[in-house]
Design a protein around this ligand. Sequence first.
Ligand code: ADP
Ligand code: GN1
Ligand code: MG
Length: 368
Amino acid sequence: MEDNLNKVLDELLPVEVADGFETDGYITKVKRLGNGHINRTFLVTFRDSDAYKKYVFQRINTRVFRMPEELMNNVVRVTDHIRAKTALAGGDPERATIRFIKARNGSYLVTDKEGERWRAYCFLDDCRSYEQVRCPEDFEKAGVALGRFQKLLADFPAGELCETIPNFHNTLSRVKDFEKIIEADPLGRRRECEEEVRFVLDRTGYAGKVLKAIDAGEVPVRVTHNDTKFNNVLMDDKTGDVLCLIDLDTVMPGSALYDFGDSIRFGASSAEEDERDLSKVYFVPELYDAYKKGYMSEVGSILTVKEKELLPFSAILMTYECGMRFLGDHIDGDNYFSISRPGHNLDRARTQFKLIKDMEDYFGITAG
Ligand code: ADP
Ligand code: GN1
Ligand code: MG
């Protein structure tokens, strides 16, 4: 029995990882956590005397994040900054962000025998994230949380952060990558999604607009989160308030528009990101308005005129970029985003394209 348990534990969480961080006691439970497409995340419960303590252990996908040391330096510094400013303002620093646990080797990373890189951080009790927004009020709170996040990091020296994924939201370079994939078409999948490919190619005019505004000095580079989907927002079970944004690997210099747009892409949809029945998928303007209201209550006085003007456009841009990435990954053979069924990335791309059509109609924006 114990051997079986050890084998299962070792498959989920190698022993050198389980023992590698400055945690006390012994493990009583390991459970898979979340729905992320990139990293692998576990909830690990330790027992020390009569006390139980929960941690999140995460295996970093190093094909995606190629500089894990620099990445850890980013997230440790950013979370320290958020904690310090929250404490100064009289808030609870331990619930305002996540706290990484030191490895016994003195760094924040443990390498397992397969060469995989792991990190650990404290699990926050009595809170959870959701795959879908339940009501406008929740989404408004998430907007406040993003605004606060950007405000707290406004005085962080952006130049000291490493770019954990170069050109992450450079939509022009994303279009180039997409064009290469459809040209190579390694598995012959393109012919089954010619309509979707056309959808992307008809809209390449969207790609350079924010970049141009950045170059023109109309949109500043700020410290941004860059992956603000609603399931990266922790909500307090008791108060219903937003605690903090998690999944900080892509925190780096970027545009506030990328964060706002990505939040809308995921949260202002009537359905989950991978819904197959497109009749259930539509853009919900009330959710857009709620999020914008919450967000602007924090950063309304900080954003430039151009940033404000481009908020609706940013929602289309980020949905376009993500849909193009899903479709590209499908045609490329599902090498990037985790999938749990054949055609999963194509399904995801289709929901994004449905949302784009709705937003184009609603906002009266075209790629021309
Ligand atoms: P990924 O999306 O890359 O798998 P996340 O960091 O977003 O990884 O974590 C996955 C899920 O685990 C989150 O959506 C959230 O539900 C839960 N989670 C992560 N960190 C914490 C934490 N510190 N406290 C409570 N829940 C957490
Ligand atoms: C990935 O890791 P996760 O699931 O929070 C991706 C985002 C996409 C998102 C789409 C590093 O986020 O850019 O918007 O999937 N993260 C990375 O759901 O590529
Ligand atoms: Mg996540």
